[in-house]
Design a protein around this ligand. Structure first.
Ligand SMILES: [Zn+2]
Ligand SMILES: [Zn+2]
Length: 244
């Protein structure tokens, strides 16, 4: 499989980076992990045919992970998409999606579409299969509003991709990321503790328990971005493609 960082920034455009959106493709896989507000233009800039994407997984309802959906869906409709689409995310996603669509484009949540849209709520530690893709969500810890918050472990084509989503340290990150072929982890700050987010220093103290085969850091603040040259770990950048 391949994973492309369509966007790996935070909510504040730090470093001029796009909001979170990762594109995973393989022989039988074409999915997005998160769909932040800037996802549609970022997908188009990379020449990704968004109407071929079959599954969008959402970790939480903050705008930098979720608010790209109205644009994605509207464009799918106007470009005459016919391929069915599944959007899966935390409990309450159906209502939250309708709310954000109505807030941004009035009546867009009820307009008739030429493609079938299924919106699926995921429950923590309950594995769901979507065709060739198996998704296990884990509860993570990211504050009071915008949840429930899920980190995701995705298995497909014999490989595993784990994504911490936005979270402070929580023990669920261990089974989520353990021995994963790829673990994408938030490293918001270098060592400064920030509520609801993960610092690299905290993550590092647990890496021996998680033992990912490959680690890539994402969702970095200006503090982290100013240290990119000195870090001992791989870091994401927009447009970066890796084989998993
Ligand atoms: Zn975020
Ligand atoms: Zn968030």
């Amino acid at each position: 499989m391949q994973l492309r960082f369509v966007g790996c920034g935070d909510a504040f455009g730090s470093g001029g980076r796009q909001n979170t959106c990762f594109h995973v493709t393989g022989d039988a896989v074409n999915l997005l992990i998160d769909c932040g507000a800037t996802a549609l233009p970022a997908l188009k800039r990379l020449g990704i045919i968004h109407n071929d994407i079959e599954l969008i997984l959402i970790t939480h309802f903050h705008g930098d992970h979720f608010a790209g959906l109205p644009f994605f869906l509207l464009d799918a409709q106007f470009s005459r998409r016919t391929r069915p689409l599944v959007i899966a995310g935390p409990q309450g996603i159906e209502a939250r999606l309708a709310q954000v669509m109505e807030a941004l484009f009035e009546h867009s949540s009820t307009t008739k579409r030429k493609f079938e849209l299924s919106v699926v709520a995921l429950a923590p530690e309950q594995t769901r299969d979507f065709g060739a893709v198996s998704v296990t969500p884990y509860s993570v810890v990211h504050g009071e509003s915008g949840g429930p918050f899920l980190g995701l472990r995705i298995e497909a084509e014999g490989r595993s991709i784990a994504y911490s989503a936005d979270t402070e340290w929580t023990e669920t990150l261990i089974p989520l990321g353990r021995d994963a072929d790829l673990f994408i982890a938030e490293a918001y700050t270098y060592d400064k503790p920030v509520k609801n987010h993960l610092s690299l220093a905290t993550l590092e103290t647990h890496l021996a328990d998680i033992r990912p085969k490959r680690l890539i850091l994402t969702h970095m603040s200006d503090d982290m971005l100013s240290r990119l040259d000195t870090l001992r770990h791989a870091t994401a950048h927009d447009g970066m493609t890796i084989n998993v």
